[in-house]
Design a binder for this molecule. Structure first.
Ligand SMILES: [Zn+2]
Length: 112
């Protein structure tokens, strides 16, 4: 379960921001999660609750924003927005070049 590790690095970023931004309470975190990252939103929520316990982000709401990926066919030039892993072009079955949809990114944080 790599969600726990993801939450730990997320928390490390929040703590770092807390030190630099001098806020003492996080109310919510909006996290963009790539749909191809293989992350379970429920596991992420669970991990977030666990790692934020006793920190500046304790009780904060985690908002998960799904991020799609872009696929481009190298043969026919078809461009498509995809939300699940695909490796072949639906039109010509050529190889797809996929970009985005794999990372996690903090979009917004409500702090005090
Ligand atoms: Zn194609």
């Amino acid at each position: 379960m790599h969600e726990m590790a993801l939450c730990e690095s997320l928390m490390a970023i929040i703590e770092q921001e807390a030190t630099m931004g001098r806020f003492h309470q996080v109310h919510s975190v909006s996290l963009e999660v790539g749909l191809l990252a293989g992350v379970e939103p429920e596991a992420l929520q669970f991990g977030f609750q666990a790692v934020t316990h006793g920190t500046v982000a304790e009780g904060a709401e985690l908002r998960i924003l799904p991020a799609t990926a872009q696929a481009l066919c190298v043969l026919c030039g078809l461009e498509e927005t995809i939300s699940r892993p695909m490796s072949l072009c639906p039109a010509c079955h050529g190889p797809l070049h996929v970009s985005g949809g794999r990372g996690l990114r903090i979009k917004e944080m409500e702090v005090e």
